[in-house]
Design a protein around this ligand. Structure first.
Ligand SMILES: Cc1cc2nc3c(=O)[nH]c(=O)nc-3n(C[C@H](O)[C@H](O)[C@H](O)COP(=O)(O)OP(=O)(O)OC[C@H]3O[C@@H](n4cnc5c(N)ncnc54)[C@H](O)[C@@H]3O)c2cc1C
Length: 408
């Protein structure tokens, strides 16, 4: 088994890391605790530079102006970008646009691709994904109340969504709505592209998350759809295929998230180790001289490495065998890496004492905004249930076989 990376990939990652460290990390003080739009002009300049360097939109197909990288390479880039809160944004591979572009690329009509996909990949417009509803469990998304009923050659959409990330300033939303109420639960919903300028698309508020409303790209909106009319031609994929498409989007999308989280882990780990070696806590003693801090460092290193290997293996498996074959692995990394992320962040914050609570380091931003890692794209519990069910199914199928623990 060869774990080494091709030289070309190593060089690519090194270029990305160099850009992040040299060009983006210095901008962080202007991001932490500041309105995002104030920083946007500077970020737009950085985006132009990334394009000049040929590093723009690493995961998107070449024919649409991206780099066309495979999932493993893209994962490694995601890790390199993850340590900076706006790394993905500057390289044109940020959520939710990256996932939405993938959906449009695979399923949207040529007309929709022409109008929305190209400008989305070019970074001229942004988008959002509107599935979770205020009053129903997002962890069981077949329970949807938002409807899109046909009236002539239009859908009329009614419903209330929230946590529609990046809706503020987005040009369009991909909305999950029930188009066939009488169908089987998994075949009731379709995805529909709704331009946000459509009458009846009402952004109620940016939801305050742990004290931060955010704005523009880093924000999560509550949205009302009130008799919102869009052409039937705005449906993405066949009618009733909403959940099938969502699965396809979320499978590889979890690799991006997990590798991004590992980039955050790496950054937090560096800060933890720096603090451990520089913070004097008694005459002649630094924090890292204490065994409890050494244990944090050892545990973090081991957890990060294990999470990273499993995630890269899962990315490789999806590349080789398709995401369906890797479902079990995808569930595993989703809760494993989210847990690693939060433990490593917590230790880094703890080691920084009061400083860890401030916006003078990037830790508290990550701590607040990444708590959601254990909730979005399937809460831990749902992934654990699904993984355990798959494992137990294999044992149940062996009925009649002797129990391995019983000696006959
Ligand atoms: C930062 C962030 C960004 C998001 N971005 C988007 C977005 O862009 N678009 C979008 O549509 N949605 C988005 N979401 C919403 C997200 O998808 C939902 O929060 C998620 O699916 C969980 O749904 P819920 O919040 O309704 O929790 P619920 O479904 O009410 O679940 C609450 C809790 O119950 C537990 N639970 C649930 N099911 C089970 C079970 N079967 N067994 C045991 N325990 C269980 C879990 O601990 C879960 O956290 C985002 C959420 C966050 C936090």
């Amino acid at each position: 088994m060869d774990f080494s990376l091709p030289e070309k990939t190593q060089e690519l990652i090194a270029r990305v890391e160099e850009f992040v460290e040299g060009e983006l990390t210095p901008l962080e003080p202007d991001f932490l605790g500041q309105p995002f739009r104030r920083l946007l002009p500077a970020l737009k300049e950085k985006r132009a530079r990334v394009k000049e360097l040929g590093l723009w939109a690493p995961g998107h197909p070449r024919e649409f102006g991206g780099m066309g990288l495979g999932l493993v390479e893209l994962g490694l880039i995601s890790e390199a970008l993850g340590g900076c809160p706006f790394g993905h944004f500057v390289f044109g591979c940020q959520a939710p646009d990256a996932g939405n572009a993938e959906i449009l690329h695979r399923y949207a009509s040529e007309e929709l691709q022409h109008r929305y996909l190209r400008p989305l990949i070019d970074g001229e417009i942004r988008s959002c994904f509107s599935m979770t509803e205020v009053d129903l469990p997002g962890s069981n998304p077949v329970m949807l109340e938002t409807t899109a009923l046909v009236d002539g050659d239009h859908y009329v959409i009614n419903g209330c969504k929230w946590f529609t990330t990046s809706a503020d300033g987005a040009a369009f939303a991909i909305v999950m709505a029930v188009t066939h109420p009488e169908a089987e639960p998994h075949q009731r919903a379709s995805m529909i592209l709704v331009p946000t300028a459509t009458p009846g698309f009402e952004l109620v508020r940016n939801v305050s998350v742990m004290g931060d409303e955010g704005e523009d790209w880093p924000s999560h909106a509550e949205i009302r759809y009130i008799d919102c009319r869009v052409p039937v031609a705005h449906r993405i994929g066949p009618e009733g295929h909403g959940f099938v498409i969502a699965q396809e989007r979320l499978g590889p999308g979890r690799i991006h998230h997990c590798m991004r989280w590992l980039g955050i882990c790496k950054r937090a780990f560096e800060l933890l180790c720096h603090r451990a070696t520089t913070r004097t806590i008694a005459p002649g003693k630094v924090l890292g001289d204490r065994e409890i801090v050494q244990a944090w460092i050892a545990e973090s290193a081991a957890e990060i490495e294990a999470s990273r290997l499993l995630t890269l293996h899962t990315a490789w498996k999806i590349e080789q065998q398709g995401w369906r074959q890797a479902r079990q692995d995808i569930s595993m990394i989703k809760f494993l890496v989210a847990g690693t992320l939060l433990r490593v962040l917590d230790r880094a914050v703890q080691a920084h004492g009061a400083l860890g609570m401030t916006d003078d380091t990037v830790l508290s931003y990550f701590y607040r905004h990444e708590r959601g890692a254990r909730i979005y794209d399937g809460p831990d519990e749902v992934h654990k249930l699904s993984l355990a069910r798959r494992i137990l199914r294999r044992y149940r199928q062996r009925t009649g076989a002797a129990s391995p623990s019983v000696q006959r």
